[in-house]
Design a protein around this ligand. Structure first.
Ligand code: NAP
Length: 299
């Protein structure tokens, strides 16, 4: 990371609302991190990004970066902009942009994976060379990924959790999953068709796996850490401010923990929530009884 009196450059994707916006708000206030940071507020829609910056009071250290993380062209353009306008250096990248859809179709999977997995993979590939000494890449995953992984067959779990997993193997797992959705045969591959939020959960399970693969790839000369984080179940548009959700500010704290914690308190490639190290897979303990009515009202 840049030395103490040097300005850190931090990019948060999908930061015009929800958790990403709360993260920017906290960074600006300086309650988490130094308010000397230069913050790049990533958003796919220029107007929504401008409105978000205005809502923050247009602080001089927050700049807009147009970035649709599902678009390779947009990723290439944003990378060039960081090179040209910000000296090609980045200290922290927070991959926060994400989507949730409930349909269980191959098209929905393609759309979700484009943002929640493939876009993050491509953005990390473009931006990892710009990450400075002791920098961090934070992939915003979800406990839903850990639940979904837990509900897979042991064989399939072992593939996702393998310590020798490669990006190519992980991509192939997702392509096979899409093909199985098309032929109505996900159970045959070892997925549990009854997993709640199955496609979203698979995208986040894959992101947990990708985080470990990237940590292995990039741990080296620059002491860069790649970490996954769950913000917890928070009230945002993603879940239509679902029943029992906690304030988004708490989710932002959870996302910022691996940004702020000293390197020796973090395990490279691992998964954190509210500052606690989490397993890659575990059973869901959330009570969903209040959800059906809420979901019906938000179809
Ligand atoms: N809320 C929760 O309970 C919860 C729990 C676990 C994990 N998460 C994760 O936390 C992250 C943030 O979610 P949130 O709850 O804050 O959701 P949100 O309120 O729906 O905000 C999502 C943000 O991502 C942006 N986005 C979506 N697709 C994008 C794309 N292709 N390129 C660039 N930006 C894109 C949205 O932009 P637009 O405004 O243009 O749509 C928005 O700014 C997601 O990765 C989500 O999976 C959330």
């Amino acid at each position: 990371m840049s030395s103490k009196n040097q300005q850190r450059v931090i990019l948060i994707t999908g930061a015009n609302k929800g958790l990403g916006f709360e993260v920017v708000k906290k960074l600006v206030k300086g309650t988490s991190g130094s308010n000397n940071d230069l913050i790049l507020l990533g958003c796919r829609d220029l107007k929504r990004g401008q409105d978000a910056i205005a809502k923050l009071g247009s602080p001089s250290n927050v700049r807009l970066l147009q970035l649709d993380t599902s678009s390779p062209d947009s990723i290439a353009r944003a990378t060039n902009e960081i090179k040209q306008k910000y000296g090609g250096k980045l200290d922290i990248l927070i991959n926060n942009a994400g989507i949730l859809k409930l349909e269980k179709t191959a098209d929905a999977a393609r759309e979700i994976f484009a943002t929640n997995y493939f876009g993050i993979k491509l953005l990390n590939k473009h931006l990892s060379p710009l990450i400075q000494e002791n920098g961090r890449i934070i992939n915003v995953a979800s406990e839903v990924g850990a639940w979904t992984l837990h509900e897979m067959s042991n064989d399939l779990q072992n593939k996702y959790k393998s310590s020798t997993l490669t990006e190519e193997q992980l991509d192939a797992l997702l392509q096979d999953f899409i093909a199985a959705l098309e032929s109505n045969s996900v159970e045959k591959l070892g997925y549990n068709e009854k997993s709640r939020y199955l496609i979203y959960g698979v995208s986040k399970a894959a992101l947990l796996a990708l985080t470990r693969v990237e940590a292995r790839q990039w741990s080296g000369a620059k002491n860069v850490l790649v970490l996954a984080v769950c913000p917890g179940y928070c009230a945002t548009d993603l879940n239509h401010h679902g029943p029992g959700s906690r304030p988004a500010e708490l989710g932002a704290d959870s996302i910022l923990h691996p940004v702020q914690a000293p390197a020796n308190a973090l395990a490279n490639g691992q998964f954190y929530q509210d500052g606690q190290l989490k397993a890659q897979s575990y059973a869901c303990d959330m009570d969903f009884s209040k959800f059906s009515e809420h979901s019906k009202n938000n179809q």
